[in-house]
Design a binder for this molecule. Structure first.
Ligand code: PLP
Length: 388
C-alpha cells in the first residue's frame, strides 16, 4: 500500500521517526527497469550506496540485478545478500589494499579503476593473490550533468576517473601488467539527471573513447555508462516510476556498439528513491513573529539530503481531512544545527502536536546517510508488506 493508504492508527502503535518502504512500488519499479533493459540486452548493477537496507537488497537481488559497490564492505554485503560475484562491480577513487584484496578473493566481475597508480596497485595485489583482476578504466568524459555541483562527477575539475591526458599512458601500463585484464570503459557523470540530452552527450563521448582505444588495438568488451537517472521529487504520486524506456532508448539509439560488446548500467536512485518515505511526528508547533515552525521528531540525522545539498523533498501531512486551513511552515528537526530544516515556507494544512508528517522520495541516499549525531536513536522501519 502507498503512504496515503497507511492507517494512522497503525502508526500510533509504532515509534517515530521511521522509514516506510512501499515494497509493491519497489517491485514494480524494478520490474519496469528490468524489462526495459532486458529487451535491449542491457545489464543493470544496482548501486548499493543509494540504499543497503536488507529487505530492499533482498528484493533487488531476487529480481536478478547485479551490484555496484564503492567500498569493500559493500562488496561483502552484496555477496552476503546473494548477489553473484560475477555481477559485482567495484568503483571508487580511494580503494584500500584490504578492500582490493577482498574483491580479488571474491573474484568480482570488474574493478572500475580511477587512476594509473590504482591500476599498478591492483596488478601487484592480484599477482600476490595469484589471480587476474578484471578492470574497466573510468574515464572522465567532461560532460556537464546539469545537476547540483555536489553530485556532478564527470567534469574535468572533479576528482573522479583517469584524467584524459593520462589515457595514453594507462593503455601502455595495461599492456605491461600481467595480472590485470582490461574488460572495458567506465563512465559516470553525476546523479539526479533528468535531462535526457545529458545522456545523449555521454553516448557521444563514449563512442569517441571506444574508438580511441580500438584504434590502438585494444579490445573493449564492456561499456559501463554508470547511473544517474533522476526521479521526480516534486510529484512522487504522479511519477512514482521513472521513465526507464526513454532512458534506455537514448543509449540504444546513440551508443555505437559491436555485437560482442555489452552495455552495463549502475542505477541507484532511480530504482529505490520513490519507494521510501520518512514518517515523522510533530513534536511542537511554534508560531514566531515572522515564521510558523513545525518541529518534527525526525531531523538531518535521519535524512541529511536537505541539509547537505539543499535538496527538495515533498512534505505532506498524513491523514488530513482536507478541512483545515493551509498555512506556511518552516519544517525543522530537533538537531542543534540551523541547517536541520526539511523545507522553508511549506504550505501545509494547519498541524498540531501529534500529527504525522511524511517526507517523500526518501528511499535513496536517505537511511544510508543516517548518523548518530546528538546520540540519536537507531533507524526504525515499517514495510508495506508487514501490514494487512
Ligand atoms: C553513485 C554512483 C552510482 C549511482 O548513482 P545514482 O545517481 O544513484 O544512479 C553509479 N555509479 C557510480 C560510480 C557511483 O558513484
Amino acid at each position: 500500500m502507498n503512504i496515503h493508504q497507511l492507517d494512522i492508527n497503525k502508526l500510533q502503535e509504532l515509534e517515530t521517526p521511521l522509514y516506510y518502504y512501499d515494497m509493491q512500488l519497489l517491485a514494480n519499479t524494478l520490474d519496469s527497469a528490468k524489462k526495459a533493459a532486458d529487451k535491449r540486452g542491457f545489464h543493470i548493477h544496482y548501486a548499493l550506496k543509494a540504499n543497503f537496507n536488507d529487505r530492499v537488497l533482498q528484493l533487488i537481488q531476487s529480481k536478478g540485478f547485479g551490484a555496484d559497490c564503492v567500498s569493500g564492505n559493500e562488496v561483502q554485503k552484496s555477496i552476503d545478500s546473494g548477489f553473484p560475484a560475477s555481477k559485482i562491480t567495484f568503483a571508487g577513487v580511494g580503494k584500500s589494499d584490504k578492500e582490493i584484496i577482498l574483491a580479488l578473493k571474491q573474484e568480482i566481475f570488474a574493478f572500475n579503476v580511477e587512476s594509473i597508480q590504482e591500476l599498478l596497485v591492483i596488478n601487484e595485489l592480484a599477482e600476490q593473490e595469484g589471480v587476474k583482476a578484471h578492470v574497466s578504466l573510468r574515464i572522465n568524459p567532461n560532460v556537464d550533468a546539469h545537476t547540483h555541483h555536489y553530485i556532478t562527477t564527470g567534469l574535468d575539475e572533479n576528482k573522479f576517473g583517469v584524467p584524459n591526458s593520462e589515457l595514453e599512458k594507462a593503455a601502455a601500463v595495461l599492456r605491461a601488467c600481467d595480472h590485470v585484464q582490461l574488460l572495458g570503459l567506465h563512465f559516470h557523470v553525476g546523479s539526479q539527471i533528468t535531462d535526457m540530452n545529458v545522456f545523449k552527450s555521454l553516448c557521444v563521448k563514449v563512442n569517441e573513447w571506444k574508438n580511441w582505444f580500438e584504434e590502438r588495438g585494444t579490445t573493449i568488451h564492456v561499456l559501463n555508462v554508470g547511473g544517474g537517472l533522476g526521479v521526480d521529487y516534486h510529484h512522487p504520486d504522479e511519477h512514482p516510476i521513472p521513465d526507464f524506456e526513454a532512458y534506455f532508448e537514448v543509449f540504444d539509439k546513440f551508443l555505437e556498439r559491436n555485437a560482442h560488446q555489452e552495455v552495463h548500467f549502475e542505477l541507484g536512485r532511480a530504482l529505490v528513491a520513490q519507494s521510501g518515505t520518512l514518517v515523522s511526528k510533530v513534536l511542537y508547533t511554534k508560531n514566531g513573529v515572522k515564521k510558523n515552525f513545525l518541529i518534527l521528531d525526525a531531523g538531518m540525522t535521519e535524512l541529511m539530503r536537505p541539509a547537505l545539498y539543499q535538496a527538495f523533498h515533498k512534505i505532506e501531512k498524513l491523514g488530513d481531512s482536507g478541512e483545515n486551513e493551509q498555512i506556511n511552515y518552516d519544517v525543522v528537526g530537533p538537531i542543534c544545527e540551523s541547517s536541520d530544516c526539511f523545507g522553508k515556507e511549506v504550505l501545509l494544512p494547519t498541524a498540531e502536536r501529534g500529527d504525522y508528517i511524511a517526507i517523500r522520495t526518501a528511499g535513496a541516499y536517505g537511511e544510508v546517510m543516517a548518523s548518530r549525531y546528538n546520540l540519536r536513536e537507531e533507524i526504525r522501519y515499517l514495510y508495506s508488506d508487514q501490514i494487512g
